[in-house]
Design a protein around this ligand. Structure first.
Ligand code: GSN
Length: 224
């Protein structure tokens, strides 16, 4: 196995996008193998590369890593983006888990029976449950945890950018989060990642959904 970091996933956001974000902020270069056919997935299974028969898969440091949260935690620990002590680490994890719950709802939109109802739920929960937490945490603070950039900040940025794609005004009542977004997007690696042609993926389209359905031999939409 080479020294390179190699990501195996679809050419789309899904569960891999947070990993792409974190590697980018950690200034780690990565290559990607995009799954486009069922045979590619079957080959990974055959090779024993997928511990639970699932992607994301990240080849890194001589390991074949699966499970998104474990991968994020490993990268966070390795690049000092996961808090300095147990109390900071648990805060990073709490924020990260909340953000992943919210982003997971968004991820499932193109596979849902009633995306517009789901979208409404996402908007309401963002406004009433999730964003107030971060607005409060960022009051008088530059970063969410320990006055230092962590994985929680990276996930928050990913999440709010995703929310704004669906609800352009959503941050209008959350001035601390908006200011945070302004600061974060000035980080050189982040700025570059937001430019066209970077490894950041666009919102899922029909082609992405079709590829996922084919690779996993799923019967038909809606799945959820
Ligand atoms: O977070 C994780 O990495 C795991 N707990 C779940 C990973 C997962 O569900 N992967 C999907 C594709 S990404 N979309 O949700 C997957 O590989 N599904 C195939 C299967 O047979 O479960």
């Amino acid at each position: 196995m080479s020294d390179k970091v190699v990501l195996y996933y679809f050419n789309g956001r899904g569960k891999m996008e947070s990993i792409r974000w974190l590697l980018t902020v950690a200034n780690v270069e990565f290559e990607e193998v995009f799954l486009t056919t069922r045979d590619q997935y079957l080959k990974l299974l055959d090779d024993g590369a997928l511990m639970f028969q699932q992607v994301p898969l990240v080849e890194m440091d001589g390991m074949k890593l699966v499970q998104t949260k474990a991968i994020l935690q490993y990268i966070g620990e390795k690049y000092n983006l996961h808090g300095k002590n147990p109390k900071e680490k648990v805060m990073v994890n709490m924020y990260a888990e909340g953000l992943m719950d919210l982003m997971e709802m968004m991820m499932t939109l193109p596979f849902s029976a009633d995306p517009s109802a789901k979208l409404k739920t996402i908007e309401t929960k963002s406004n009433e449950r999730y964003l107030p937490v971060f607005e409060k945490a960022l009051s008088g603070q530059v970063y969410l945890v320990g006055n230092k950039l962590t994985c929680a900040d990276v996930l928050l940025l990913e999440c709010i950018l995703m929310l704004e794609e669906k609800f352009p005004q959503i941050l209008s009542n959350f001035s601390n989060i908006k200011a945070f977004q302004g600061r974060m997007t000035k980080i050189e690696a982040v700025h570059k990642f937001l430019q066209p042609g970077s490894q950041r993926k666009p919102q899922p389209d029909e082609n992405y959904v079709k590829t996922v359905m084919e690779v996993f031999a799923l019967p038909k939409l809606p799945l959820l």
